[in-house]
Design a protein around this ligand. Sequence first.
Ligand code: ADP
Ligand code: MG
Length: 364
Amino acid sequence: MNTTTPAVQVRQLCKNYGSVQALKGVDLSIAAGEYFVLLGPSGGGKTTLLRTIGGFHKPSSGQVWLNGQEVSHLPPDKRPTSMVFQAYALFPHMTVLGNVGYGLSLAKLPKAEVRDKSMAMLEMVGLSGYENRRPHELSGGQQQRVQLARALVLGRNILLLDEPLAALDAQLRKDMCLELKHLQEKVGITFIHVTHNQEEAMTVADRIALIADGELVEQGAARDIYRTPQRRFTASFVGENNLLSGNVTAVEGDTVTVEVCGQPLAVDRRDLPVRAGETVALSIRSELVEMVSADGTAAADGCSLSGTYAESVYLGLTLSHRAALADGTEIVSRVVGESDAPDPAPGTAIRVQWKPGALRLHVN
Ligand code: ADP
Ligand code: MG
């Protein structure tokens, strides 16, 4: 196998369940050794995509290639993949060691080899000394690590994880996230992890693909998806973005003028094909928005909107100020840390402003 051969290539993949189009022509390429996350809202098609890669579903059309070989019609055990199920999928009557070695025993490997490989894998996931316990004698996080060991011990080089942390409580989930990331770095194989949780995705991923309504919306490194989302949907799903809609009044070189509530805003064209007269979407992250009094110093041209103060919401680490534009659109400004200055009274005229470049243009 060529080292540059992608671990996973999905080509024009479609999957229908009766009249439901769960996947609508997905193209995807995942490099060997990547930690790849499929992120998106519930019902978007993430599980269907993962299970089609693993061979649990047959594509309605399109192809799946793994390690440079077309596998679209091969069963799961003939693919270089193994799947991590949720913690409760362990066999309750078997020991931890029995659970981990189960797949290898099925494959009729010699007993000593099954034991050695299973013990090595338990050490890898930090569970040495737990081999004789039963699943009910383990915490949720430990059970999940047994699941990981059970999948990894098969020696396949693509690991599929469908919402692997969903059954865990919030704190454990955070800890396990980092553990997963470190485990993947240690074993060096390709991980494909499905989640609807953006923080989980950003913690573990080398690269994230956003999946919604059966389509791949956008993909990239966590940082790029967060900072420079290309599509409006990405801006609405990742981070806390203010979404605006306006009419293009002028396009001059790289600068587009968009009118929002009768006020002209300047935004970079970003090579998007926009023309005067069109309606476009704009977004700006809440932490890049500042709220100031209506008669304060003006911001740069095209970088502010007037509005009416509504309220503040105290969230501990951050404080969110909420205001409304003339047409009722809500704008949120999120500030880290606390301020001694009193909040404006609800109904006070204010201005929201930002630095040039913070506002982003999306074509609908
Ligand atoms: P996700 O994992 O992103 O929540 P799924 O892949 O489970 O999404 O589902 C995608 C779409 O396919 C949804 O509309 C879901 O209702 C539908 N779906 C999933 N599995 C089946 C099935 N076995 N039969 C019929 N419809 C299904
Ligand atoms: Mg799912």
